[in-house]
Structures are given as C-alpha cells and as structure tokens.
Write a protein that binds this ligand. Structure first.
Ligand code: HEC
Length: 280
C-alpha cells in the first residue's frame, strides 16, 4: 500500500502510457488506411486499363486523378514510393505512390507506371499529428491541475471533498498542520497494520485485511453482535486485537487505535458514508 501522491503518480504514468499507446495506434492506423485507399485506386485503375486493352487493343487516356507513363524498357513491377516533379511548377518534387505493371500492347510488351499523389495523405497525417499534440497537451494540463489538487486514488462519488466546504479564511498554517499530522497518523497506522508484534500469535491486520480491505470504517458506528450494542470502529478493532491477534486491548482514543483507524479510513477513502451496513 503506497500513500498519497505515490498512487496518483502511478495512475498518471499509467494514463500517459495508455494515451501514448492509443495515439500511436491511431496515428499508424490512419496512415495505413490512407495508404490502402491510394493503393486500392491504383489497383482499380490497373484492372480498368488491362480490361480496356484486352477489349480494344489500345490504351485509353487515363481517366483518373493520377499520372500514367508507358515505356518499352523493362521496369521492376509492383508498388513503390517515388518523388515526381509537380505538374505546374516543375522545379518542385511531390511524393507519389507508384504501381508498375507489364501489359501487352499490339503483341509487344509495355511497362505502364501509374502514380497517385500522396500530398493529401501528407496533409491528413499532419492534421492527425496536430490533433494528437493538442490532445496530449490538454491532458497534461488536466493532469497537472488534478495533481495540484491532490486527487485521491478513487475520485469521491458525487460529493466534493470536504476541503471545498471549508472556510476560505482558514489560516494556511492550520491547513498544513492538519495535513501533516494526519498523514503522520496514517503512516503510523500503516506500519502498525503489518506489525506482527501487536498481538501475541505473530499475525497482523494485513493478513486478513490486505491494504485495509473489509474493515468498512464508513459503516461505523454500528451494532456488532460480539458486543451486543452499537460500537465505534476503534472498539471493534479491539475485538480483532484480542480475538484475531490474541493481544491486549488498546485504550480508546489512544495513539495505537487512532493510528489504525486513520490508516483504515485512508485506505477506504472515497467509499460512501453508510452507517449500519453489516460487516463481512
Ligand atoms: C485472523 C484474521 C483477522 C485478523 C488478523 C484481523 N481481523 Fe479484523 N476481522 C476479521 C474478521 C473475520 C472480521 C469480521 C467480524 C465481524 O464483522 O463480525 C473482522 C472485522 C474487522 C472490522 C469490522 C468490519 C465490519 O464491517 O464491521 C474491523 C474494523 C477490523 N476487523 C479491523 C482489524 C484490525 C485493525 C486488525 C489488526 C489489528 C484486524 N482486524 C485483524 C479477521 C481478522
């Protein structure tokens, strides 16, 4: 069981990793889909040309948004990326995806290259990159704000945390002291929680209540049949001290029970206060 900020950091790192993974998948997924679309068009065009040549014996003018070149010199067939001069300003090169295949024209072999511009793909890729950058910046900002407010492991359900209900006139020393002293008690409780010398049989609370589980401090005070009356959580801890740990009962309100109660409450923070729900 890690205390306070440690859990937050863990969740932040986890969220960061998941976000990067998701972004990577999205980015490469979009690239892959765009590339596929371009290649699909090239293959369609090749099939169209092959059919037309078979039917008419002649190569029709290319009716699609790409470029076509026909040569007699043998070329390596298949798909590749090439840079071709821009149609209007010939001094600039543009990225193209090119499909080369052989075709028999009038009984003689020809090598046809179809090229489709990747400029649109590049634009979409840029857009996706910007979007991801914006998303990661905004989630970083959110994380920073949340970190600043020290959100708990489980976000409290429905109700804002008590600190929001406090007067804004509260002296900041008091706020700090409250946090420091409470944290000290929680840490002391955490140590006691796994202390095997608290009782006499070598057991500790953590063996039955890992990380404060099944202690339900949010349901106290409540009726417990072991006492035959309504008891506080400290009184019931005493029951476990005596019965489960074969130890001495501790003074109510004393350092030990208060620390154990503090840790228990901390470990169960975010639970809804629900008095009187029967125990495990
Ligand atoms: C050997 C196992 C065992 C150990 C060790 C143990 N407990 Fe328990 N604890 C139980 C059991 C079983 C119950 C359920 C009893 C009941 O609710 O009637 C319980 C119940 C509780 C409850 C009340 C839960 C509820 O909903 O009413 C609290 C609080 C608690 N334990 C605290 C502690 C603390 C603190 C320690 C260490 C000092 C500790 N226990 C050690 C077994 C254990």
């Amino acid at each position: 069981m890690k205390l306070l900020a440690a859990t937050n950091r863990y969740y932040l790192v986890l969220a960061g990793l998941l976000f990067s993974l998701g972004s990577g998948l999205l980015y490469f997924g979009v690239l892959w889909a765009l590339q596929r679309a371009v290649e699909e068009r090239l293959f369609q065009q090749r099939d169209y040309l092959t059919r037309a040549v078979r039917r008419t014996g002649r190569l029709p003018a290319t009716p699609f948004e790409g470029r076509m070149s026909v040569g007699t010199a043998p070329q390596p067939t298949g798909l590749r990326d090439v840079q071709l001069p821009e149609p209007l300003e010939h001094n600039e090169l543009e990225p193209y995806r090119q499909l080369t295949f052989a075709l028999a024209l009038g009984g003689r072999p020809r090598w046809v290259s179809l090229s489709k511009s990747l400029l649109e793909t590049e634009h979409v890729r840029g857009l996706v990159l910007w979007l991801l950058l914006a998303a990661s910046l905004s989630s970083l900002a959110t994380a920073a704000i949340l970190q600043g407010r020290e959100v708990s492991r489980e976000a409290p359900r429905a109700m804002p945390r008590g600190v929001h209900l406090q007067s804004s006139n509260l002296p900041s020393e008091l706020t700090m002291r409250t946090e420091e002293e409470t944290l000290k008690a929680i840490k002391r409780g955490e140590a006691l929680w796994s202390d095997r010398t608290l009782g006499s049989n070598g057991q500790n609370c953590n063996m039955c209540h890992a990380d404060g589980s099944a202690t339900h401090p949010e349901t106290y005070p409540k009726f417990k049949q072991q006492y035959g009356r309504v008891v506080t959580t400290q009184e019931f801890i005493n029951w476990c001290l005596i019965v489960a740990l074969r130890g001495q009962k501790q003074e109510l309100g004393g350092e030990v029970l208060t620390a154990l109660e503090a840790y228990q409450a901390y470990a169960n923070r975010g639970e809804i206060l629900e008095i009187g729900v029967p125990g495990p």
